[in-house]
Design a protein around this ligand. Structure first.
Ligand code: NAI
Length: 471
């Protein structure tokens, strides 16, 4: 007889573990099944390890530049093995904390590969054999995995996915070519450039960071070029060969094709839902564009079986998965919803205006809500406030005089509908803007709070004043 639960969560990433903890809080008897490691991609192969390496590599870079601040260091070097140890420690600390919370909440954690069968039964295969579990409800939160494009030569040694590159324990990345100038591409470019690798990004779209506002993407491109990172846009690698080292054949839209040598290659061309072996023959869930199809309540074509996060979402972000997981559990438990839902262009149902999007490059990029261009394209009348960080006091004293703050206000109501910030700590500053948008604050209300001097946040006050002047 299968063990019985109120809720079985498959996948222990941010979507899955947040849903499980919420369910336990509401008194639901909950089990989580995970085939790899607790924490999923975000904790083990994504957000946490990349940010740990970004922090360490940025420190190294900053130390090299500290002479201009009057600080002399005779000899600076980095130890990649130690950096990896720092990364592993951060990952383990995070993972142990989730495990502690699970134990405290009485959540059963099951290691193994889950396959969903009829009647919300889940078959789990692991070293001990095969077990069956049954849930009144199931949440699928199995995330996504790297797409390997069908480029001849992409299976050659020296061609990496981001997970494999993160796991490398010796430093052997003197000339890194990154195929794909999306979020993973630009964050890895930042890490490896800081560690003295000669980095090239090849992006097939017209600018980096595809869906991101072009003004923001161009600002980043300028900053990357200043760091001596080579960026090719409208360019695609058609073939990789091993001729005395890796060589990429690059086709340029409307331009001349060329070939270039690469020491190592990172494939960062997107991620696809991780559903390998998840659905039994007796459980053919409906699909939509390669992803699990769900309704506005995140329910799949099988009643009681839900799917959240990267396995369904158009927006592949940890905090979106966590918000979706919370939403589903609140519904299952019959508690009022904490988040506002609405249809967004991707067909998903999250509250898009308050999803912050953070990119940990140097300078950092953080956006929330809509851009001026998107607002005008939808027929909304807006007024924008702009402030260049070259005039910000904190930027001047830290010698980080690049980037901007741009705020978008709806013209009639004066409420804030969007913010784009490019500067150090932008990823922390965006929280204030997300709260303001979620609560429909006006420029006047936002201007009532002082922002301390000297801080990067002062730029928000100046951008608000700029918008108010245009009334
Ligand atoms: P992505 O979809 O952001 O970018 C992939 C890029 O590769 C696109 O710009 C695309 O035009 C380009 N591309 C595709 N095929 C190509 C080819 N053959 N040649 C050259 N360029 C090609 O995907 P990415 O960067 O792999 O990230 C995956 C997901 O992980 C994203 O949805 C992202 O939101 C999430 N993520 C979020 C982070 C954050 O919030 N800081 C950090 C890392 C990942």
């Amino acid at each position: 007889m299968a063990k019985q639960y109120d809720l079985i969560v498959i996948g222990a990433g941010p979507g899955g573990y947040t849903a499980a903890l919420k369910a336990a809080e509401y008194g639901l008897h909950t089990a989580v099944i995970e085939e790899k490691k607790l924490g999923g991609n975000c904790v083990n192969r994504g957000c946490i390890p990349t940010k740990a390496l970004l922090h360490a590599s940025n420190r190294f870079k900053q130390m090299q530049q500290c002479d201009e601040l009057g600080v002399s260091v005779d000899f600076i070097s980095f130890d990649f093995k130690k950096m990896q140890q720092h990364k592993k420690r951060a990952v383990k600390t995070y993972r142990d904390e989730i495990r502690r919370l699970f134990d405290e909440a009485g959540i059963e954690y099951i290691e193994g590969k889950a396959t969903i069968r009829r009647n919300r039964t889940v078959e789990v295969n692991n070293r001990e054999g095969r077990e069956y579990y049954q849930g009144k409800n199931i949440i699928i939160a199995t995330g996504a995995m790297a797409v390997m494009p069908e480029i001849p030569g992409s299976n050659l040694p020296g061609v990496y996915t981001s997970s494999r590159l993160l796991a490398a324990d010796t430093w052997n990345f003197d000339r890194l070519t990154i195929i794909g100038g999306g979020v993973i591409g630009v964050e890895f470019a930042t890490i490896f450039n800081s560690l003295c690798s000669k980095v090239t990004i090849i992006e097939k779209g017209p600018h980096l960071l595809g869906p991101m506002d072009e003004v923001v993407a161009k600002e980043l491109e300028k900053a990357l070029r200043k760091k001596d990172i080579t960026v090719y846009c409208n360019a695609e690698v058609s073939r990789i060969e091993d001729k005395d080292g890796l060589t990429c054949q690059v086709e340029v839209a409307g331009g001349e094709s060329f070939s270039m040598k690469a020491g190592q290659i990172l494939m960062a061309v997107g991620r696809k839902p991780n559903i390998n072996g998840l659905l039994g023959d007796d459980m053919p869930l409906e699909m939509s564009q390669g992803k699990l199809a769900v309704n506005s309540e995140f329910m799949t074509s099988e009643p009681g079986v839900y799917a959240i996060g990267d396995v369904v979402s158009g927006i592949q972000l940890a905090h979106v998965a966590a918000a979706e997981g919370t939403y589903v559990v609140e519904k299952i438990a019959g508690r009022p919803h904490g988040i506002r839902l609405e249809v967004v262009p991707t067909g998903m149902y999250v509250s898009l205006p308050i999803v912050p999007n953070c990119i940990y490059t140097e300078p950092e990029i953080a956006t929330v809500g809509i851009t001026e261009e998107a607002a005008r394209a939808s027929g909304m009348k807006v007024r924008c406030g702009y402030f260049s960080m070259t005039e910000n006091g904190k930027s001047i004293v830290t010698r980080k005089e690049e980037g901007f703050v741009r705020l978008v206000f709806e013209s009639y109501s004066d409420t804030i509908v969007g913010a784009q910030i490019v500067c150090p700590r932008a990823t922390d500053m965006i929280g204030e803007m997300a709260t303001a948008i979620a609560n429909g604050l006006t420029a006047g209300q936002l201007s009532m709070a002082m922002r301390a001097h000297p801080t990067y946040s002062e730029a928000i006050s100046t951008a608000i004043s700029d918008a108010m002047r245009q009334k």
